[in-house]
Structure formats: structure tokens, C-alpha cells
Design a protein around this ligand. Structure first.
Ligand SMILES: Nc1ncnc2c1ncn2[C@@H]1O[C@H](COP(=O)(O)OP(=O)(O)OP(=O)(O)O)[C@@H](O)[C@H]1O
Ligand SMILES: [Mg+2]
Length: 247
């Protein structure tokens, strides 16, 4: 079972769109579990038009077991875990300390191990930046996709994120980190992207390519479709990313 999380230094880079479409594409030939981890700004309920009875929050708070929060067959071969859209800033998850997250990591490791045979892929969407849940995702996963938009501000922020958050855990872990540029203007930026990606390579970060910024994609998302068909340019770019991740 491959465990992949999608992350970025800044918000709004396209993590959720990438995670959801990655899961959708992979579910054509694999059993996939997609897990939402953004507790303050959930969006899966909107994307999948689904409001389940139990949420990831309930599992994290210890009131239900892991399998009880899985919503099966949202699409063929695709199961999804949602976070609760009713955001409560006082909820335990938001204010918890390192010890709480460490306990959670133990539970998650145990419960995912039981599902090892059931799923080929587990995909985690995540909040931007430094939230403590990221330490768990870094530890649990074997691949990370770090998304950034093509500007020096996000390049430098991503470097800091790797330095402070990932590097501490990575030497002890089996984690491959892939850089993915998103929302790239449709002018020739290949040389810029390769140069930036090259700066990360000395730290062992791999380059997974780029996705163009597309007004058509924005327009379709504004009209409620965030999961694209396989012939869509966003899906086609992700298929290239998947082949790099599996090579
Ligand atoms: N390649 C693209 N072309 C055009 N628009 C895009 C592209 N990728 C993402 N977007 C737009 O960027 C916005 C943010 O996308 P998304 O919600 O996936 O980002 P996010 O990183 O999950 O955000 P957050 O950090 O708030 O969770 C969306 O409105 C989406 O339409
Ligand atoms: Mg998101």
C-alpha cells in the first residue's frame, strides 16, 4: 500500500484539487482511500456533494473506530474520509499538543496496517504550512507531493518548510519527496522551473513536473466540477506526475 500526502507551504496552491484528482485517476485501476486532513477549511463535502454521518474528527476524538468513518464507493474503487464542515475552533484537534498527535500517530499506524491488503493507495490531502498533523503525515507516508506556484517567494518558503519540518524526520524515514509546480503561466517557463527544481535536488527532492494555470480549469471549478475526466488537461498533467512517482 502506497501512502502519499499532498502538501504546500502556502495555501491555495492546488493541494485539494491535486489530491482529489490523483485519487480519482488512480481509482481507475486501483483500490484507493482518500483522506481529508484540513480541519479548519474542509472542502470534500462540497467536492463530493456528500455529508456523511461520521467524520474523521470523530475518529480523531476517539468516539468511533477507523472503518466507521470510511465512506465507501464514492466512485468505483474510491473510498473517502471527510472532515466535519462545521468548524469548531475549540475542538480538541485544533488545540492539541505534541503528545496528543503522537498518540494519534500510533492509532493511525495500527489502523492503516489493518487495511494494508484492502487498498493500493492512501492519499492524504493536508492543510498548508506547519500544522502538527503534518508530522504524522510525514511519518506515515512513503511519498510526499510538495506543491508550489512558480515564484521565488514560494520557492524560498518551500525550502524553509523542508528544512524545518521535513528534514528533522526524513533521515529516519522512507519518504520520497516530489516537487510539483502548479498554476504555471502558459508562457515558456520550463527553464525557470528546472532551475528552481535543480536547487532542491541536492537535498534529494525529486522533480515531478508542472501543471499549467488554466482559465478553463478555473471556470469549470467555479461551476462546481473539481474532478476532471481523464482527457482533461489537468488530469493529463497528473498522469505524467503519476508515472514519475511510480518510476
Ligand atoms: N492548474 C490550475 N489552473 C487554474 N486554477 C487552478 C489550478 N490549480 C488550482 N486552481 C485553483 O486554485 C484554487 C485553489 O485550489 P485548491 O483548493 O485545490 O488549493 P489548496 O492548496 O487545497 O487550498 P487550501 O490551502 O486553502 O487548502 C481553486 O480555486 C482552483 O480552482
Ligand atoms: Mg485544500
Amino acid at each position: 500500500m502506497e501512502k502519499i500526502f499532498v502538501h504546500s507551504y502556502k495555501g491555495g496552491t492546488g493541494k485539494t484539487t491535486v489530491a482529489v484528482n490523483l485519487a480519482s485517476i488512480l481509482s481507475q485501476d486501483n483500490e484507493v482511500l482518500l483522506i481529508e486532513n484540513d480541519f479548519s477549511m474542509p472542502s470534500f463535502y462540497n467536492i463530493f456533494n456528500c455529508e456523511p454521518d461520521t467524520y474523521f474528527n470523530d475518529y480523531l476524538n476517539g468516539s468511533v473506530g477507523f472503518t466507521e468513518v470510511i465512506v465507501s464507493d464514492i466512485k468505483p474503487n474510491l473510498d473517502v474520509i471527510f472532515t466535519n464542515k462545521t468548524f469548531d475552533p475549540m475542538e480538541k484537534i485544533m488545540g492539541s499538543d505534541q503528545e496528543w498527535f503522537l498518540n494519534l500517530l500510533g492509532r493511525l499506524m495500527r489502523d492503516l496496517k489493518i487495511l494494508e491488503e484492502k487498498y493500493d493507495y492512501v492519499i492524504f490531502d493536508s492543510p498548508p504550512g506547519w500544522h502538527l498533523i503534518l508530522v504524522n503525515l510525514i511519518t506515515l507516508s512513503n511519498k510526499a507531493i510538495l506543491i508550489l506556484r512558480p515564484n521565488s517567494y514560494e520557492v524560498n518558503g518551500s525550502k524553509r518548510l523542508l528544512e524545518i519540518l521535513y528534514k528533522r524526520a526524513k533521515p529516519r524515514l522512507n519518504l520520497d519527496i516530489y516537487l510539483l509546480f502548479n498554476q504555471v503561466p502558459e508562457v515558456d517557463m520550463i527553464k525557470d522551473l528546472e532551475k528552481w527544481a535543480g536547487d532542491f535536488q541536492s537535498d534529494g527532492i525529486k522533480y515531478a513536473g508542472h501543471i499549467n494555470c488554466s482559465c478553463q480549469t478555473s471556470y469549470e471549478m467555479a461551476h462546481g466540477s473539481s474532478i476532471f475526466p481523464i482527457n482533461h488537461e489537468f488530469a493529463q498533467s497528473l498522469i505524467k506526475v503519476i508515472s514519475i512517482l511510480s518510476s
